[in-house]
Design a protein around this ligand. Structure first.
Ligand code: GLA
Length: 351
């Protein structure tokens, strides 16, 4: 039983408590960040389109705002996702009018990595070096890898190049591979293959980032099994993008509910006017998830939520298509008024 009143101090002997923030969020949530959190992830500001929209023209203003705010709060940064199939400018894949050769792409990844590391190394303790390179379903190119532009042009070489470059320019930070649907057995097997390949090629990979976006009722046994499988690869684990959507309280499938799915109409009806009991279920899911995370404290070093409070989350634009209303998801541990939900006090007590 803990006698402290903030998440970060209650969890001091377990893992860091992190949050993703935008460059606006670092100011907006300064109070909550300072009180409860001891790790910060830039939500979009270190992604390729944000930092090098044109080759060699680096734009760091937005990321700088987050790093300045984090430094003021005395919080180190968990840096996120320079090599990813999304939010990446087209120039990286091109050589004039032709597709770029793998070697040119590797040079570009190296130059980009060098610039990011030279600017931010002092404040970064971990990097998501590559994000979401495993596929959800086998495709024509691979049973394991996403058929992204990177993969089409380089095969798995771009992942190797990204890890080698980050190891070279950021030898002091922990290097992570990060992915979603990581507890669905078929996807987990692909992620494991991808990680083993990196290890066999001698790349330094220190950890795996389990995103933990919950759009469906969590399968707690599968989460435990997954933690064990990933840890058995000799990796440290971070929970990197935790959020529990309102949808997760109504959806017992594996995937997001979509128009036409059984239960979808009920979900929309509830989500338009969620009852207090329904919203409380989100807190209940947080409690069960943290119970699992606590029991794996020997391998989990950080638990990051993807946002701080419900007034701003990437899920605010969560609609199901043009004719569907935007449905608020209330996915975080703090409400729209920045007040702690019931799970916060209980998580502190149970630590
Ligand atoms: C993925 C990415 C994150 C973010 C979220 C949605 O999970 O890893 O960087 O873009 O989607 O906001």
């Amino acid at each position: 039983m803990s006698n402290v009143s903030t998440l970060k101090s209650a969890y001091e002997n377990y893992f860091k408590i992190g949050a993703a923030v935008s460059s606006a969020g670092i100011g907006l949530y300064k109070g909550l960040l300072g009180e409860h959190f001891n790790s910060i992830t830039p939500e979009n500001e270190l992604k390729y389109t944000s930092t090098e929209p044109e080759e060699g023209k680096f734009t760091f203003d937005e990321a700088d705002r987050i790093f300045d705010g984090a430094r003021e709060l005395g919080i180190k940064v968990r840096a996120h996702a320079p090599v990813w199939h999304a939010q990446t400018p087209d120039w990286i894949y091109k050589d004039g009018d032709r597709p770029a050769a793998p070697e040119l792409i590797y040079e570009r990844i190296e130059a980009h990595t060098k610039a990011l590391c030279e600017r931010y190394n002092d404040d970064v303790y971990a990097w998501d070096v590559v994000n979401e390179a495993a596929c959800d379903e086998p495709n024509d190119l691979s049973p394991t890898y996403r058929d992204s532009e990177y993969f089409k042009l380089c095969g798995e070489g771009f992942i190797v190049a990204a890890f080698r470059a980050m190891d070279k320019y950021s030898p002091g930070a922990q290097l992570f591979y990060n992915d979603y649907s990581e507890c669905i057995p078929a996807k987990r097997e692909r992620i494991v293959r991808l990680i083993r390949t990196l290890q066999e090629k001698g790349c330094r990979i220190d950890g795996f980032g389990m995103q933990q976006h919950h759009f469906a009722a969590p399968d707690y046994d599968e989460i435990k099994r997954s933690i064990e499988v990933y840890a058995s690869l000799g990796l440290r684990l971070h929970i990197t993008e935790l959020d529990v959507s309102l949808m997760a309280t109504l959806n017992h499938g594996l995937d997001r509910l979509k128009p036409g799915d059984a239960g979808f109409a009920d979900y929309v009806r509830e989500a338009l006017h969620p009852t207090p009991e329904r919203l409380e279920m989100i807190s209940g899911i947080y409690l069960k998830l943290f119970e699992i995370y606590r029991s794996y404290r020997d391998v989990i070093d950080c638990v990051t939520t993807w946002g701080v409070a419900d007034d701003y989350t990437w899920l605010d634009s969560f609609g199901m298509g043009e004719d569907m209303p935007k449905l608020k998801q209330y996915p975080l541990m703090f409400d729209t008024a920045h007040k702690p939900k019931s799970c916060v006090g209980r998580l502190i007590e149970r630590a």
